[in-house]
Design a protein around this ligand. Structure first.
Ligand code: R5P
Length: 290
């Protein structure tokens, strides 16, 4: 039993003072339950409302691609600069030290590889997601794909159903088939469909007219980096995306294939969280890499 000695009666009730209003910093998240908000707050910095996710899940379809041959050597030194790690459960459990204490956005679907038809995916078991203390599940949607569209939308739907049971947010990842036009109309459609089906975060690509994609999406949009660009161009891409309404990046190759990955992720972080211009961020990249 607690010590009852000197038990003091409360006297500071501030009668007449309204209860403190709480605001929530993640777009579209104000009505979510506490557990969802807590997990989203681990991913999106409460001060800026933005995130730098480091994506290194590429191996689930393409094996040891350039920059990811030895994740223990290439990725672990970058973890301290990332707000969130996006990877597969195999890499998480075999390579990522649990004491890094970074939120995990888990690649939660898989099924085919670059050697066959992509996108014929099934979902991970929610119990494994819970066991790994994951902060969000990433599920890919192949909008416009005549064969796999329905299956991937159903995957997202199921992930949202499972995630809602345990307050685990879902990120919808918009895949782009070879036959799709990479424009604001397509990405706007695909992103909105993710959100309409319950995704709490949408990952898509930057394009001309991206401000319409971000504006019409009721939840945060983060951009993938895509193929490796010269560092200055990749920083321009981040800057334009943030300026046009992205809530962050989920970037892989433009970080881990950089000539100086640690300098690059710091420069990306400065654009996303400190609004550095691409020129300022490129200077930072050169300084940090020297
Ligand atoms: C997407 O489905 C992949 O799994 C990557 O996570 C994504 O493309 C981001 O990586 P990158 O910036 O290299 O495009």
């Amino acid at each position: 039993m607690a010590d009852l000695d000197d038990l003091r009666e409360g006297s500071n009730f501030e009668i007449g003072m309204a209860a403190g209003q709480q605001e929530y910093h993640v777009k579209g998240g104000a009505n979510l339950p506490w557990g969802m908000k807590d997990r989203l707050s681990r991913i999106f910095n409460p001060k800026t409302g933005r995130t730098v996710m480091l994506a290194f899940d590429h191996g689930f379809i393409m094996g040891p691609t350039s920059g990811l041959e030895r994740i223990d050597l290439s990725i672990i030194p970058l973890i301290e600069y990332a707000d969130c790690l996006m990877c597969t459960r195999g890499i998480l459990q075999s390579v990522i030290p649990p004491n890094t204490n970074k939120p995990i956005c888990l690649r939660s679907d898989a099924g085919t590889t670059i050697l066959t038809e992509l996108n014929d995916n099934v979902l991970i078991d929610i119990e494994d997601v819970i066991r790994m203390n994951v902060s969000a599940m990433a599920v890919m949607l192949s909008i416009g794909d005549p064969v796999f569209e329905a299956k991937t939308v159903a995957n997202l739907y199921k992930a949202v159903d499972m995630g809602s049971r345990y307050n685990i947010p879902v990120m919808g990842v918009t895949a782009v088939g070879k036959q799709m036009t990479r424009d604001a109309r397509y990405f706007g459609l695909a992103s909105r469909i993710c959100a309409e089906n319950g995704a709490n975060i949408v990952k898509t690509y930057y394009c001309e007219g991206f401000e319409k994609v971000a504006a019409a999406c009721p939840v945060p949009v983060v951009i993938a980096g895509g193929k490796k660009l010269p560092e200055k161009e990749a920083l321009e891409l981040c800057y334009k995306a943030i300026n046009d309404g992205a809530s962050g990046v989920d970037m892989g190759r433009n970080v881990f294939q950089s000539t100086s990955p640690a300098a690059m992720i710091q420069a990306v972080h400065a654009v996303v969280h400190n609004n550095l211009t691409p020129e300022q961020a490129y200077e930072l990249f050169k300084e940090a890499g020297s």
